[in-house]
Ligand binder design. Structure first.
Ligand code: NAD
Length: 451
């Protein structure tokens, strides 16, 4: 086997301001001065948020430099034999941002627009997310450039197995533990677990989380991110003095996070007035019957055609009248372009990176409370941690125990962020970064610089 490690770049080129250059989606790093392009670059967003909190913490230049950059980046070429006998070569990435506090943890996404900058940003967000909820992991993320809708099940399996083998040198239950993300699921995790186990000659369930329960998955993992979103909404609503019954909710995205989050919010008494998938959104100011909507989605694979409600273009959805907005689809949805027209008073970020820094500034000026991704969607990684613990103990918990421990972690994290934000008179996002970066920096300084 040719070692994939040959392709690892340890540290990478930086621009004059110390930031890594922003690769374009074609992988080039040519300079692009467009403000919009910068606003939408997720690594720039992450670096901006990091910079604000690092300044407030008075972080020394050396530690700042270490924490700003990914520790390791791996790019791999993935040839597979398609069903028609032709070879097709895909590109995959795994970025490990920081492992001061424990093994890297983070999902793997399969999508046509995956790029290294996105994976870098997502890896860093994982470091801060694990730190905000105080679980002993660092941050990593992976991605494969592909359109899963164009691949058969057999092709997807071969691609997943080839990707696993190609990044295997940097994986391991004590090194880097992947999980599902966009367009990957329990089946993908089962293939990764099997491929890894066959190579190390023993069944190693703790190599990935988000597995099916029969092979070491955890009860409650599938619902964990949505449940975490619901718990964070509850805490934020208490802070704002609002009750679910008089709160209209718009949810963007109808997948693992948005769909399950909306179901749980509906069960708590909130009125879900709109939910979307990538094709369009349902809208009913009287409130949607969420269990029926999700049944329809399961049967039809899309929301369009659901009876007796309006079906609108997605462009309109985020600006619909509501009190609570839950973006739970993808990055860069709330920007300088639309932030001024958003009507919600509370935004709870189910997706990673849905609000750009400029979008956040406009929301701040308008007094909208935003609970940031690294806190709001941390329920998934928290139960992933529980899954990893259970795999390593070989002793499994009931769903009630998982849910009650998740609740403890999320509630505690919410209040530590809210207290920090109040102490520094900053928004919840900066509060969350302050909590997260301070924890990682303290560990980093205590461990010292190995040389
Ligand atoms: P998913 O693939 O299960 O669902 C994504 C949903 O968003 C789908 O319904 C899709 O149709 C919809 N969508 C995509 N683009 C859209 C658009 N432009 N407008 C409206 N809808 C759109 O993915 P997921 O696991 O629910 O992840 C969603 C987000 O949450 C991602 O940002 C992911 O990184 C983040 N996240 C996921 C988890 C998890 O445990 N699954 C944990 C933390 C964060």
């Amino acid at each position: 086997m040719t070692s994939s490690l040959a392709l690892i770049s340890e540290g990478f080129e930086t621009t004059t301001d110390g930031h890594p250059p922003a690769p374009m989606s074609d992988g080039s790093t040519k300079n692009n001065n467009s403000e919009t392009r910068d606003e939408l670059n997720p690594f720039h967003s992450m670096a901006h948020q990091f910079g604000l909190a690092a300044d407030l913490l008075g972080l020394d230049a050396g530690t700042r430099e270490v924490l700003r950059q990914p520790d390791r980046e791996l790019t791999v070429s993935l040839p597979i034999v398609k069903d028609d006998g032709e070879i097709q070569v895909f590109t995959g990435y795994r970025v490990q941002h920081n492992f001061s506090r424990g093994p890297c943890k983070g999902g793997i996404r399969f999508a046509p627009d995956v790029n290294l900058d996105e994976v870098r940003a997502l890896a860093a967000w994982m470091t801060w997310k694990c730190s905000v909820v105080d679980i002993p992991f660092g941050g990593g993320k992976g991605g494969v450039i592909c359109d899963p809708r164009e691949l058969s099940q057999g092709e997807l399996e071969r691609l997943t197995r080839r990707y696993t083998v190609s990044i295997m040198d940097i994986l391991g239950p004590d090194r880097d533990v992947p999980a599902p993300d966009m367009n990957t699921n329990e089946q993908t995790m089962a293939w990764i677990m099997d491929t890894y186990s066959m190579h190390v000659r023993r069944t190693t369930t703790a190599i990935v989380t988000g597995k099916p329960i029969v092979i070491g998955g955890s009860h409650g993992r599938r619902e964990a991110t949505g449940r975490g979103v619901m718990l964070i909404c509850r805490e934020a609503m208490k802070k704002l003095g609002r009750s679910p019954e008089d709160t209209r909710v718009v949810v963007q995205g109808c997948g693992n996070v948005g769909g399950i989050g909306a179901l749980l919010l509906h069960r708590e008494g909130y009125k879900i007035v709109s939910i979307s998938d990538m094709y369009g959104c349902l809208h009913d100011q009287g409130g949607l019957d969420m269990p029926a909507v999700m049944d329809y989605m399961k049967e039809n694979g899309r929301l369009e055609g659901y009876p007796d409600t309006d079906y609108l273009d997605n462009k309109e959805q985020l600006e619909l009248p509501c009190e609570l907005l839950v973006p739970a689809a993808t990055e860069n949805q709330i920007t300088s372009e639309n932030a001024g027209r958003i009507q919600a008073q509370l935004i709870v970020e189910g997706a990673n990176g849905p609000t750009t820094p400029r979008g956040q500034e406009i929301l701040d000026e308008r007094g909208v409370m935003v609970v940031p991704d690294i806190l709001a969607n941390a329920g998934g990684v928290t139960v992933s941690y529980f899954e990893w613990v259970q795999d390593r103990m070989g002793y499994f918990w009931t769903e009630e125990i998982v849910n009650s421990r998740l609740e403890q972690v999320m509630v505690k994290a919410f209040h530590s962020v809210a207290d920090m934000a109040e102490l520094h008179n900053v928004n919840m996002r900066t509060g969350a970064y302050l909590v997260a970066i301070d924890r990682v920096a303290r560990v980093y300084r205590m461990r010292g610089v190995f040389a």
